[in-house]
Design a protein around this ligand. Structure first.
Ligand SMILES: *Cc1c(COP(=O)(O)O)cnc(C)c1O
Length: 416
């Protein structure tokens, strides 16, 4: 299997004439198709809604496209709430799934009428004090231990900082009910970037059973179950992508087995996907500007870890296509590097690729989520522009690149 860019070399050559590399580019058509497929997969559930995780791709143009496709937003910080408000998301369009939450963020979430997801039992009192308890409220569950699918351990919730134990969930619901809450949600995020159609159905079954138990023990009305993020994408070309229709059917089956017999067939299903929605629908485009031959072969590009941190931070694999050489044999072994004074600033290590010449455009795949967003400014390097490749074939800049003046703008006490 191979990964194919969503844009041709001819199209990209034209774009590069107008917008200098490096830049992230997003595919409007792909984003809309992904959102439509997700909505279709869960259309069996009356109140289904995807709340796109803003942290994955915090750009208003992207958020507006998703809004047009019926999505809400999942926020976890002040600026994410502010951006969502300015994009026209209000009330039930917003899920506020934060942790270690400052008072001012709860205040803004309440002001916007967002659905608040509490990460801890102590936050019941904290929220009551700083902003009051809303009628609809959600609590985040952490079952501890390991999360497995069959014999595969997928992740380690027992070692994660999020959520409450089951006993704490029961206590929180009781307290919230006394404080005036009327409708309750359950949220849980147990494994990240799963490339496995069983993740959501397995998680859903656990949460549905918990919902029945919570209803029995506390007498509350369960309004929604939020399966959160974690449905992933195959970054390597050898894996099959998830099939969202199969995933939706798997959750449907668990719903019919657990919730319907308990008289809870009206519970709404929510998701907070980020990576699944956007990762394959974005790419980092960078130009080869140097080659270096020492103990290994290096290609230096004009992007660096500031533009895409995942390889440096997690050793993450991102597939690379050398534009115009899609069918050339991969006869060379390269490290593809950025210019940071950090030896982990490498987009690929020992990667088999076609011969790369200076001036070649490298298309780094699957950067549409947790790509640009994770950027930082180490070495005084500047964040790139973001472009949208629109359905009509034109390209629009949806965020300009940073300038040195942006970088200096927050400095005080010294006149340049
Ligand atoms: C990061 C995050 C998501 C999105 O996760 P993906 O892996 O991008 O799907 C959803 N919900 C919460 C609370 C998150 O922190």
């Amino acid at each position: 299997m191979s990964k194919k860019p969503f844009i041709t070399k001819e199209q990209l050559d034209k774009i590069v004439e107008q917008f200098p590399t490096p830049f992230h580019i997003y595919d409007e058509k792909g984003i809309r198709e992904t959102a439509r497929a997700l909505n279709a997969a869960f259309s069996w559930n009356q109140g289904f809604k995807e709340y796109f995780a803003v942290k994955a791709t915090p750009n208003p143009t992207i958020l507006k496209i998703l809004k047009e496709e019926g999505c809400g937003v999942d926020c976890s910080s002040l600026t994410e709430l502010m951006m969502s408000e300015r994009c026209g998301f209000t009330g039930n369009d917003i899920m506020f799934s934060s942790n270690d939450t400052p008072a001012e963020e709860f205040k803004l979430a309440r002001k916007l009428g967002a659905q608040i997801n509490l990460d801890d039992l102590t936050h019941v009192e904290f929220l009551d004090e700083v902003a009051g308890i809303p009628e609809t409220i959600c609590c985040r569950f952490n079952p501890g231990g390991y999360f497995s699918l069959g014999t595969d351990i997928m992740d380690n919730p027992g070692d994660s900082k999020y959520g409450m134990t089951k006993d704490q969930m029961i206590e929180a619901y009781g307290k919230l009910k006394k404080l005036g809450a009327k409708r309750f949600g359950i949220h849980s995020f147990l494994a990240s970037n799963t490339v496995n159609n069983e993740y959501y159905p397995t998680l859903a079954k656990q949460l549905f059973e918990l919902a029945v138990e919570l209803k029995e023990k506390t007498g509350v009305t369960i309004d929604f179950i939020n399966l959160s993020g974690g449905v992933g994408v195959p970054y390597t070309p050898d894996k099959e992508p998830n099939n969202i229709a199969i995933i939706g059917e798997g959750v449907h089956k668990a719903f019919d087995e657990v919730l319907v017999p308990a008289g809870m067939g009206d519970v709404k299903i929510y998701t907070e996907l980020g990576r699944y929605m956007l990762a394959p629908n974005g790419a980092l485009v960078t130009k080869a500007i140097h080659e270096k031959h020492i103990y290994k072969e290096y290609i230096g590009v004009d992007a660096c870890a500031v533009n895409l941190m995942r390889p440096a931070m997690y050793g993450a694999y991102h597939h690379i296509t050398v534009m115009g050489k899609e069918n050339a044999p991969c006869e060379y072994t390269y490290d593809i590097t950025g210019s940071l004074c950090e030896n982990n600033d490498k987009f690929a290590i020992d990667r088999k690729l076609p011969k790369i010449d200076k001036g070649d455009l490298l298309y780094i795949h699957d950067t549409g989520a947790h790509g640009f967003a994770m950027g930082y400014n180490y070495n005084g390097k500047l964040k790139s522009a973001e472009l949208l490749f629109k359905e009509d074939g034109t390209t629009e800049m949806i965020r300009r690149g940073e300038t040195p003046e942006d970088y200096f703008a927050t400095l005080e006490g010294f006149n340049f």
